[in-house]
Each structure stands twice: as structure tokens, then as C-alpha cells.
Design a protein around this ligand. Structure first.
Ligand code: AMP
Length: 484
């Protein structure tokens, strides 16, 4: 199948050729013909599948030039980065057409966006909050919208945009073509799609349980306080050329980036607490190759579209298994190969179980010098809230009060022992009991950060004495790491 079979107008065919695309991706093959016929669509597709072109191309083909210009197309995206990226796609694919688009997002002065709007726009790409603000100020009218796209709907709901989305939908004309994309399909996502779409075509390019096939996935069992050293050791290998490191917490992203810089690795962090300018700066540095490692939180990383990310590293395992699929999908984009490394500590053991259940494979374990049998044999804490009774049994029937006392004790005395003792003397059962004392269900992430602070202190110590710098990197393609 070639792009010729999709009957795109010459202006679009020329733009695609300029992008270097030779064959359409599966989602493009499946969706473009129906979208050109004006049908509504629900697409279950991961990032990296070419879904942006799958909706931008047919919309550009169906739009008509109108004077004065009025917004005919509205695309809603959950993050500023994704909105900016979709805007770039309109620029690239629409290069030989005359339509104008404006990207609207919060966190920056609204002035320049209003100025652009006042010059006339055919297409608006927006995050929900700022769009609503401008609508309420009377700066944007949606009454002429004919094409509406809701991208990454699952993430929109995760981020709490549902009320904003409902308000926006109410202001759209009844007669329109609506497109709905989501990486996963939950009950809430399904309900939203039903409200929005009329007799939609259903397309699913890769099941939500199947990560992009070409990604080689490896698991490293490691204690929390050894993760920084492991990360540094991995990053010293030369074939890790462009690396996206994921962590669940904003302050941790900063700490990791700082630690790497201190150890001579060009790294930057991107997360929601940074200003839009700082985020753009970090992203551009990474895109152009000036920065080797970008440490990101999940939300900030939405919309990061960089073709040549060689490795994704999950410094923390996400507690939602679908997030794992999103994260590793940042490598192996556009048909390229890619690798993901994931660090699993004792308190993340059950996240790993959920992930493996979702993707339907056991992730290959990597042998390395920071290996922790304790982490490997731990049970982890349940990602989902457990009932009191269940928790009681998980924690050996101890009361909550005793348990939290136990946790404090463990924080002070026990946690580091875990890593040094490893599991030589600990049966898995005993590990689980100790583990149960060490963490509480609702505090998994803060406990995690506490232990990380501890680890940071120890890393700083070791940095000056026998720490990370001590580990020899053999460089090149050779590696300190072997598959188990
Ligand atoms: P997306 O899933 O929309 O984020 O797209 C992922 C990447 O695939 C982007 O970098 C696109 O430029 C690229 N891409 C989209 N369609 C094609 C295609 N037909 N051939 C090659 N690359 C593509």
C-alpha cells in the first residue's frame, strides 16, 4: 500500500513526500479513507503509530478556504507539548495549502495567542483550560467548527479535564465530524466517546495490551538506594545515545538530572513545575542532541515526539500499567528499533506484575552488579487500594498503628539493611513481612521519595569517595550488563 492509494490531493502528497514518508502506517491506511468520507471515528492507538497524520491529512483535505477566516477545525490535546506538536504537524502537512492555525495553551501570556487569533485562524489546536478561558472572554467562537478531534482522551480524563471538555463540547455545532483517539479504553473513556460520536468507525491499531513490538524490554531488579548508580552506569555506555528517563515525581526528575550533570552527563529535566520556556528549552536541547538525557514525568512527556530516542529508562515503575506502554512507546517510533530498561525495587514489585499481566509477556531480566534479590523476591505493595481486611492479611494482621510505627522504625534502621543483606538469609516470605513493615499502601510514592533522599545522600557521599565515578564504563557496544 502506498500513499497514492489514499487519494490525497497533490498538495498533501507533496508535503508527505517532503517529510520522507514512503508508505502509510496501519492507522493511516485504516482511517484516512473513512475520514475522507466524513465519518466519525474512534481510534485506539498508541503514540508513535502515526495517528497525528492519520487525522491531520484528511481534515486538511476536507477543509474549505473561507474568508474571513473562521475556526473550522478544533483539536483538543491534554498537554502543551502535544498541542504544540500537533500544531507542527499542521504546519508540515499543510505547507502547500493556505490554512492558518493557532496553538492555544496555558502557562504563558495569552497576548500573543490572541494577536494570532485576531489575524484569522482556520484551525485551533488547544489544551482545554486556556481554550475555555478565551471562549469565556469572547475571543474564540466555536460556532463554525466542522471538524473536532479529541486526542489522548484517556490522558485528558486522568488529568481531570472532563468538566472542561463537557463545556467545550456543549458549544460545538451539532453538525460536525468528530474524531476521538485514546491509547486505552476504559469505561469512562467509552462513555465520553459515546456522547461525542455518531455511528463512528472503530479502529484499533495495536491492542492496548501490546507495546510497540519492536521495543526490546529489559528489567533490572535493584534497591531504591542503588538506582542512581545503576542509571549512571548504564548511561556510560556509548550506544545509549538519546535517552528518556521517566520518574513519577517532579522533584525526583530534577534530582536525577542534577545528579547526572554532576557526574558529567548532559542531562535536563522536564516536568509540570517548570515554566513553559524552561520546558521548551529542555525539549529543544534534547531534540537537537545537545542534551543526551531528558528526565521527565509522565504528564510532561506527553506529546514528546522525537524519532531517534535510543532508550527509554523507567527509573520508577508506573503504578498504572498502561503508563508503562505509553512510556516505552517513546522509543521505536516510526518503525525504528528501540530499547527500554526498567528499574524495579521491592516496593514496585506488584506494579511489575500488573505490567507483565497487561502486556502478556515476562520482561527479560538483566544481570547487573546492583542486582537485588530482595527486590526480585518482594511482593510489593498493591497499586490499588485494598480493603482493610485485605491489608490486614497482607501485613500479617497487624493493626494500622503498629504498622506505621514499624514503618518509621524501618525508615531509620532497616531500609538500608535490605540492600546490604540482599536475600541471602531472607526467605521470600520473610522479605515480604519486612517489606510489609517498611511501606504503607497510601504512602508508596512518598516513602519512595524518602528512600530516594536517603539514596541521594549516600550517592553524594560516594561521589566524593568510592561512589558512582568508581564504576568503570567499558563504553562502546560492550556492556556491563548481561541477560539473565
Ligand atoms: P504520532 O503517532 O502521530 O505521534 O507519529 C509518530 C511519528 O511517526 C512522527 O514522528 C511522524 O513524523 C512519523 N510518521 C507519521 N506517519 C509516518 C509515515 N507514514 N511514515 C513514516 N513516519 C511517519
Amino acid at each position: 500500500m502506498s500513499f497514492k492509494n489514499l487519494n490525497l490531493i497533490p498538495e498533501l502528497a507533496k508535503a508527505i513526500a517532503k517529510q520522507g514518508y514512503v508508505t502509510p502506517t496501519p492507522i493511516q491506511i485504516k482511517s484516512i479513507p473513512d475520514l475522507l468520507l466524513g465519518k466519525d471515528l474512534i481510534g485506539i492507538a498508541q503514540t508513535g503509530t502515526g495517528k497525528t497524520a492519520a487525522f491531520v491529512l484528511p481534515i486538511l483535505q476536507r477543509m474549505r478556504e473561507r474568508f474571513p477566516r473562521v475556526p473550522q477545525t478544533l483539536v483538543l490535546a491534554p498537554t502543551r507539548e502535544l498541542a504544540a506538536q500537533i500544531g507542527e504537524s499542521f504546519t508540515a502537512y499543510g505547507e502547500f495549502l493556505k490554512f492558518k492555525h493557532v496553538v492555544i495553551f496555558g502557562g504563558v501570556n495569552q497576548g500573543p495567542q490572541i494577536t494570532k487569533l485576531s489575524h484569522g485562524a482556520d484551525i485551533i489546536v488547544a489544551t482545554p483550560g486556556r481554550l475555555l478561558d478565551l471562549m469565556n472572554q469572547g475571543r474564540i467562537s466555536l460556532k463554525d467548527i466542522e471538524f473536532f478531534v479529541l486526542d489522548e482522551a484517556d490522558r485528558m480524563l486522568d488529568m481531570g479535564f472532563i468538566h472542561d471538555i463537557r463545556k467545550i463540547i456543549q458549544r460545538l455545532p451539532e453538525k460536525r465530524q468528530s474524531l476521538f483517539f485514546s491509547a486505552t479504553m476504559s469505561k469512562d473513556v467509552n462513555e465520553l466517546a459515546r456522547k461525542l460520536l455518531k455511528d463512528p468507525v472503530h479502529i484499533e491499531v495495536a491492542s492496548q495490551a501490546t507495546p510497540v513490538e519492536k521495543i526490546k524490554q529489559y528489567m533490572f531488579f535493584v534497591d531504591q538506594d542503588k538506582k542512581l548508580e545503576l542509571l549512571l552506569d548504564l548511561l556510560k555506555q556509548k550506544h545509549l545515545t538519546k535517552v528518556l528517563v521517566f520518574t513519577s515525581m517532579k522533584h525526583k526528575a530534577d534530582k536525577i538530572a542534577y545528579f547526572l550533570q554532576e557526574n558529567g552527563i548532559n542531562a535536563d529535566a522536564i516536568h509540570g513545575n517548570k515554566s513553559q520556556n524552561a520546558r521548551t528549552f529542555a525539549l529543544n536541547g534534547f531534540k537537537c542532541g545537545k542534551t543526551k538525557v531528558l528526565v521527565a514525568t509522565d504528564i510532561a512527556a506527553r506529546g514528546i515526539d522525537i524519532d531517534d530516542i535510543s532508550h527509554v529508562i523507567n527509573y520508577d515503575l508506573p503504578n498504572e500499567c498502561e503508563t508503562y506502554v505509553h512510556r516505552i512507546g517513546r522509543t521505536a517510533r516510526a518503525g525504528e528499533e528501540g530499547t527500554s530498561f526498567s528499574f524495579c525495587a521491592a516496593d514496585e514489585r506488584d506494579y511489575l506484575r500488573d505490567i507483565e499481566k497487561l502486556i502478556g509477556i515476562k520482561i527479560e531480566e538483566m544481570e547487573h552488579k546492583f542486582h537485588s534479590e530482595f527486590a526480585k523476591n518482594a511482593e510489593g505493595i498493591d497499586a490499588k487500594p485494598r480493603s482493610r481486611n485485605n491489608r490486614g492479611s497482607r501485613f500479617g494482621g497487624r493493626s494500622d498503628r503498629n504498622r506505621s510505627q514499624g514503618r518509621r522504625m524501618d525508615d531509620r534502621h532497616d531500609h538500608n539493611k535490605h540492600s546490604s543483606h540482599r536475600s541471602h538469609n531472607d526467605s521470600p516470605r520473610r522479605s515480604n513481612n519486612r517489606y510489609g513493615r517498611s511501606y504503607s499502601n497510601n504512602h508508596s510514592r512518598s516513602d519512595d521519595s524518602r528512600s530516594n533522599q536517603g539514596s541521594r545522600r549516600s550517592d553524594e557521599r560516594s561521589h566524593h569517595s568510592r561512589g558512582p565515578r568508581r564504576f568503570s564504563s567499558r563504553g562502546g557496544q560492550r556492556s556491563n550488563f548481561r541477560r539473565r
